[in-house]
Every structure is written in C-alpha cells, then in structure tokens.
Design a protein around this ligand. Structure first.
Ligand code: SF4
Length: 301
C-alpha cells in the first residue's frame, strides 16, 4: 500500500494475511522545495496524523489476527526523514521506528519489518542497523529481506543473493523475496536456491561437480546435464560428478553418490566415500540410476 493508503489498506486487510505499508508514503505530503527544515511541532503534528490514520488499520488487523509489514524503501523516505537523517540507512531505520513506536502505543505487535534498497550495500547497512535497534528497544520483530528493483537475468539474481544471503549467513532475516524484472514465478526458484546454498532448506538435489581441468576424463558439462536430467526429482540426495580419480573422491564433500572419471573410458561409481563399481563410460548414467535403485532411494519421476 503506497500513497495515502489507508482506504486501500483497510480494504485489502479483509482479503490477505499481511498488509505492507510504506512509511514514507502512507501519509504523504508533497515535498515542499522551499522548505529548509522541520520544527518539532510540525513533526509531532505529522506523527499525530499518522497515528490517526494507522489506528483503524491496526484495529482491523488486531481483530482479524493479521500482520502488518512496515516496509521501508530507501527510494521513498518521507521528507522529514530526509531533512533530519539524510538519504541514509539511519534514515530508513528511523522511518521504521516511527511507525513501530506508534504501533506500540496502539498496543499492536504483529509486525514484520523490511528495509529494502536497490543497492545491496545500502540494504545490508540498513538491515544490520535495524536489527541492532530492534534488539536494543526490545521489539523482537521478524525481518523480511530483499534487494528491491534488482533487475533481471544473472545480475539481478547475483545482486539479490549478495544482499539476502549475506544477511541470512549472519543469522538475520526470517522471510525473503527476490525481486526480478521477470515473471513473478521466476523469483521462487532463486529463493529456494539461496536457502539451499546456505544449508537452510533442502528442496532439491544438491549437485557437487568439479570445474574440470587438464585431468578431466569425460565431458563434464554434458555428463552433469545428463545426471541432472535423470535425478533432479530425487529431492534430498547429494550427487557428485567429478572429472578424475586424483582429486574427485576427496572433494565430493560427502555426497551420497559419486560419478567419477577413473581411467579414460571408465567411470567409478561411489556410495559415499566407497567405490562400488566401475562401468564403461557410455553406461555411466544408467549404472548410477541402477545403484540408487538398489539402495531403495530411487523414486519414479
Ligand atoms: S576433480 Fe580432477 S578433473 Fe575435476 S577439477 Fe579436480 S583435478 Fe580436475
């Protein structure tokens, strides 16, 4: 919910479990180019107006046991925040705190906080500062993480991951959203991949594969594609595809199964760190499937 959004918020609150408001826009006054500052009374009057506008929404959410996301966006801080704290992570934190404190006075605590920015370093600083402030003020509210307007393609995914994964690895964050300029459903696999890469969720097969080098004994890229095509549905397994016997077995990172180049034309199949059998290269993928079946870990796709 954006500009002067009370009416919209009250309506959508009837239909969803959580409403997001942007503190910079929820009660919106057009910026005044001739302004040189904000007097304390002016700020107090704005806070009173926000309280009045939030109260009906908060009452409705409370009555329906629904949540409010206080979703700060770096690009749309209120003018009074820009004057007082600048266009900074601290300004973002203050913006959220203003609303959190109003909700606290209204005895509403079903709150999620986000601090999105389109630049990963800005959002990282804002979330860290916010987490410290929430701790210091005794508000144990969850954080929703995201790099907003991340763009598309590889870079959009990398940028989102740089921001979201860094915070998750520090133990910050409770929900995530990857915002891509692509069909919304394409955001979901990226979220799953971030969580799996950090070991926070396991929703797909984990493939361990070497980058190939002068020792590689088969076409790694092609074999990895084949192995993935055959096994991608076996959620929970770790499967390694390694180009040679020299470093392969040691670097399989405790995979459940390994497909390793033994000598030219021959593949070794491993269960854990144990070599189970050797097969001609052309039978490698089929033999891997057979081994997984023998172990009772195969499911038909
Ligand atoms: S596992 Fe073997 S083939 Fe693969 S990168 Fe390492 S040394 Fe090279």
């Amino acid at each position: 919910v954006h500009h002067n959004g009370m009416k919209i918020a009250l309506e959508v609150a009837q239909h969803v479990d959580k409403v997001r408001i942007n503190p910079g826009l929820y009660v919106f006054d057009k910026p005044d180019p001739s302004r040189t500052g904000f007097a304390e009374e002016e700020i107090a009057a704005i806070v009173a107006r926000i309280t009045e506008t939030l109260e009906p929404l908060v009452s409705l959410l409370k009555a329906q046991d629904k949540a409010l996301r206080i979703g700060v966006n770096h690009g749309s801080l209120a003018e009074r925040m820009l004057f007082t704290y600048g266009d900074t992570p601290l300004g973002m934190v203050q913006s959220a705190m203003e609303f959190i404190q109003i909700c606290d006075r209204l005895d509403f605590h079903n709150i999620v906080v986000s601090m999105k920015a389109s630049r990963a370093p800005v959002m990282l600083a804002a979330y860290r500062l916010m987490a410290d402030r929430l701790d210091a003020e005794g508000f144990p509210y969850p954080l929703h993480l995201g790099v907003t307007e991340a763009g598309d393609g590889d870079y959009g995914r990398i940028k989102s991951t740089a921001g979201i994964a860094t915070l998750l690895a520090e133990g910050l964050g409770d929900t995530i959203r990857v915002s891509l300029t692509e069909a919304p459903e394409r955001e979901i696999p990226v979220c799953y991949s971030i969580l799996q890469a950090l070991g926070l969720r396991k929703t797909m097969v984990e493939y361990v594969a070497c980058p190939s080098c002068g020792r590689t004994l088969f076409n790694l890229e092609e074999v990895l594609h084949k192995v993935r095509a055959a096994t991608a549905h076996l959620t929970g397994l770790d499967i390694a595809v390694m180009g040679c016997i020299v470093n392969g077995p040691g670097e399989m990172a405790d995979a459940d199964y390994g497909y390793v180049g033994k000598i030219p034309g021959t593949i070794s199949l491993y269960r854990g760190r144990e070599e189970i059998r050797r097969v001609p290269e052309q039978e490698g993928v089929e033999a891997l499937i057979a081994l997984i079946k023998e172990d009772g870990r195969w499911l038909d796709p």
